[in-house]
Write a protein that binds this ligand. Structure first.
Ligand SMILES: *Cc1c(COP(=O)(O)O)cnc(C)c1O
Length: 402
């Protein structure tokens, strides 16, 4: 049954993903169930999306209520969920003005446009440059791809947007070396996700902030993956004592309802996008914004940040024990519940094994297992995960590594 469905899917869908052979049917808490009823412990959360876990009654009820009331109107008019959601995004991001999008990539597109418009308003020039980081990931749309630090992703689609320069992440001198009179923005993830789970060094991000302040360059932080409580604060930048000028958020923002946002300080907004400069038909629609409101509210109610800070210490300690135990594991790193376990070889075979044993994990780059579980996991869930993972590692090292 499941195999037939997979065969059908492979005939109909454009083959842009190498999918694992499983069809998921429903979720409950931190578990997923496939169409044949098999249970999986989920340490992927739909790529750092489903932060609250599955089947949360308050969240589901809020969405059902909104479906019956009003799903969409358009940005020609106001709607209450968007008004409430904007206030919440402001409160939690520390920014002053919000624009709602439908995805992470679109949040980056908007952030880039906002930065260019700011620079254009200031001097009327159209030759501004943006500095992005090597090994970064900002999305697959043309603008987001242009600032993604992976030549392999970019090359087939060139020419992309121009005047992008790349610097080395966590290397302040390399950023400084790329700055010119035309630099209008520096874009980076506060914790690099797809590129291998690299948190920014405090000196680096503080140094970049200083450079930006000195030269009126805008700092764009992409917290699409590392935001929304994942690192133990609602946004990761809070832990560094710096503030971005423009912030991009998405993924867990709607916990599965496709939504994103970019937000900026009033100082930037005053010289940036105005009526006619940007738009989105769906962006900020009542259903998506109701999801945002519910997610922020439930994060407070369920004391999610406290849980992240408690459980992440335990997860880190347990992953360190794996580093000690297996000679093919090199190290582990990350921040909060965004962690990578670094192998000396590709991890794809391990992922097949963990899935077979009932654990959903993904990679970040070829050699790194990525742990981005729902933010409500318990220590017991970590223990359960380790039982499956060690079994998978033992099987894999016995069968495949030899
Ligand atoms: C996932 C991700 C994106 C792109 O988001 P989409 O919703 O897939 O467009 C951008 N930046 C970062 C850091 C991400 O993790």
């Amino acid at each position: 049954m499941m195999n037939q469905e997979i065969e059908q899917a492979e005939k109909d869908l454009l083959h842009t993903y190498n999918r694992f052979p499983v069809v998921f049917d429903h979720g409950e808490g931190v578990h997923l169930y496939d169409t044949e009823g098999k249970e999986y412990l989920d340490f992927c959360a739909g790529i750092a999306v489903f932060a609250l876990g599955y089947g949360v009654k308050e969240y589901n009820d809020a969405l059902k209520d909104q479906v019956d009331k009003l799903i969409h109107t358009s940005n020609y008019f106001y709607n209450e969920p968007a008004i409430k959601a904007a206030a919440l995004v402001k409160k939690y991001t520390g920014m002053d003005r919000v624009f709602f999008t439908n995805s992470g990539g679109e949040s980056i597109e908007g952030a880039l446009k906002a930065a260019r418009k700011y620079a254009y308003t200031r001097d009327g020039h159209t030759d501004h440059e943006i500095i992005a980081m090597e090994h970064s990931f900002h999305g697959r749309t043309m603008g987001a791809l242009s600032v993604t630090g992976n030549a392999h992703y970019r090359e087939p689609f060139e020419p992309l947007i121009g005047n992008i320069k790349f610097a080395e992440y966590n290397n302040l001198e390399s950023v400084e070396a790329q700055i010119t009179d035309k630099t209008c923005a520096i874009i980076m993830e506060t914790v690099q996700g797809e590129g291998g789970i690299y948190p920014a060094n405090p000196e680096f991000i503080q140094g970049v902030r200083r450079l930006c302040d000195e030269k009126d360059i805008l700092l764009i932080l992409d917290e699409i993956q590392c935001g929304m409580g994942r690192t133990g604060t609602m946004y990761a930048y809070e832990q560094y004592g710096v503030k971005p000028d423009i912030l991009a958020t998405a993924k867990a923002l709607g916990c599965g309802v496709p939504v994103g946002a970019f937000a900026m300080t009033e100082r930037v907004a005053l010289k940036s996008l105005t009526a006619g400069d940007h738009g989105s038909t769906y962006g900020g629609n009542p259903l998506a914004c109701r999801a945002i409101c519910s997610v922020y509210e439930l994060m407070e109610e369920k004391k999610v940040l406290e849980n992240v800070n408690r459980v992440s210490i335990y997860l880190e300690q347990k992953l360190s024990e794996l580093v000690e135990r297996y000679d093919f594991i090199e190290t582990q790193r990350g921040l909060g519940l965004m962690r990578g376990l670094v192998f000396d070889c590709p991890v794809n075979g391990i992922l097949q094994k963990t899935l077979k044993n009932g654990l959903v994990l993904i990679n970040a780059g070829t050699n790194i297992l990525r742990f981005v579980p729902p933010l409500v996991i318990t220590k017991q869930d970590v223990d359960d995960m380790l039982v499956i993972l060690t079994r998978a590692l033992d099987e894999w090292s016995y069968e495949e590594r030899a």
